[in-house]
Every structure is written in structure tokens, then in C-alpha cells.
Design a binder for this molecule. Structure first.
Ligand SMILES: Cc1cc2nc3c(=O)[nH]c(=O)nc-3n(C[C@H](O)[C@H](O)[C@H](O)COP(=O)(O)O)c2cc1C
Length: 196
């Protein structure tokens, strides 16, 4: 199984990266690739909608590192996105990347309708995806917005949502962090069970 882990933290040795590293160990036996957005050159979506004009193939007019990364997303059997919680939401880096996924799904009809009424053609239809969130505070009354954001992303992209996995009470200095092994094992089991 080919599993892609994408770290959306600007801190390469931060909590989010450590959690994804521990997840890759929990996924021993699978082919795991970890990518850090902090090491890539990525631009925000231009909102030009050129990607929506060709229904036959994915595509974006911008030629930055996202092009290759979106290809990796399409080829992976499962994708885990990781983010530190910033203002109850994704990091800026991950939000930018999530927006660029629009090149992978096409709003064929009903751009003026609610998502559930639209006709959508997606290159990541049924792709198993999960979100990992590290935060300094608690899960409750703190992470609801980011979980909802991810749920909405899955509705639009037709990806298969394996859930949002929160790692609360992280130490900003990392050293004092104690990541729930139970949550890591639960996530690893879900990812493995998503095998096509
Ligand atoms: C700009 C900013 C906003 C943050 N907002 C929140 C927040 O809303 N809730 C929370 O619990 N922690 C918040 N934090 C703390 C981080 O989510 C937490 O330290 C996280 O584990 C950092 O991940 P990293 O080590 O991968 O960078 C914030 C940190 C920063 C820098």
C-alpha cells in the first residue's frame, strides 16, 4: 500500500512532523512517503478557473511544486494531511495546498448550488484521506472548525474521509509532548483497512 503523509507545519521538527513520523512507524510494512510543505515552493490558488475548463484531465496553469505533489496525491492509495492548529483552523501552508486540490475536481454542473446538489467529476473520488491535527489546547471547543473544514473538503472532492485525528496538549517546544499512541494506532488501522 502506497501511503502519502503531507506535513503542513512550517516547523520541520515540530509536533506535526513528529506525529507523522510516529505514524509512519505504526504503518511499518507499507510504502510510506512523507512530504513537508515547508520544503516546497507553493503558490496560492489564482481563482482563474482554467482548471475547470478541461474535464478530461486535472491541471493548473501554475507550474510550482504543487503540480508534482498533486500527482502524488492521485497516485497514493491513502493520503494523510497533517497540520498544526492555527486559530482553530489549518496552517496557512496547508490551507493553500487544500485550495490547490481544486485542479483535481471539476464542478461539471451546478456551480451555483450547494455541494450535495452539484455534479462533480473528481480525480480523487473515493480516495481514503485523513487529517492529523496537533494543538496546544484541548480537542473540545477548539478543533471543531478544522474538522468541519476537512469534512467539507471531502464532500467537494468526493474523497473518502477516514476522519480527523486530534493530538491535544502538545508542547510548543515539542520536548514535553506526549502523543496518544492509542490515536496513532487507531489511525494506522483505519489507513490500512482502506486498502483497495
Ligand atoms: C499562529 C498560531 C496559532 C495557534 N492557534 C492555536 C489554536 O487555535 N488552538 C490551539 O490549541 N493551539 C494553537 N496554536 C498552537 C499550535 O497549534 C501547537 O503548538 C502545535 O502543536 C504546533 O505544531 P508544530 O509544532 O507542528 O508547528 C497556535 C500556534 C500558532 C503559532
Amino acid at each position: 500500500m502506497n501511503i502519502l503523509l503531507i506535513c503542513g507545519s512550517p516547523r520541520k521538527q515540530g509536533n506535526t512532523a513528529q506525529i507523522l513520523r510516529q505514524l509512519s512507524i505504526a504503518l511499518e510494512g507499507e510504502t510510506v512517503t512523507m512530504v513537508s510543505l515547508a520544503e516546497l515552493h507553493l503558490n496560492g490558488c489564482l481563482g482563474c478557473s482554467v482548471c475547470q475548463s478541461d474535464l478530461e484531465k486535472p491541471g493548473c496553469v501554475q507550474q510550482d511544486d504543487i503540480t508534482a505533489l498533486l500527482q502524488q496525491v492521485m497516485e497514493a492509495d491513502a493520503v494523510v494531511y497533517g497540520t498544526p492548529l492555527y486559530g482553530h483552523s489549518y496552517s496557512g501552508q496547508l490551507k493553500l495546498f487544500m485550495d490547490r486540490h481544486v485542479a483535481l475536481f471539476k464542478f461539471v454542473d451546478g456551480g451555483d448550488k450547494a455541494v450535495e446538489e452539484m455534479e462533480i467529476l473528481s480525480f480523487i473520488r473515493n480516495k481514503p484521506v485523513a487529517l492529523v491535527v496537533s494543538c496546544q489546547g484541548p480537542e473540545e471547543h477548539n478543533t471543531e472548525l478544522v474538522a468541519m473544514q476537512f469534512e467539507k473538503f471531502c464532500e467537494s472532492s468526493l474523497a473518502c474521509n477516514l476522519g480527523t485525528y486530534v493530538f491535544p496538549w502538545c508542547d510548543p517546544n515539542v520536548k514535553g509532548s506526549n502523543y496518544s499512541q492509542d490515536t496513532l494506532q487507531r489511525l494506522a488501522a483505519w489507513v490500512r483497512s482502506a486498502r483497495a
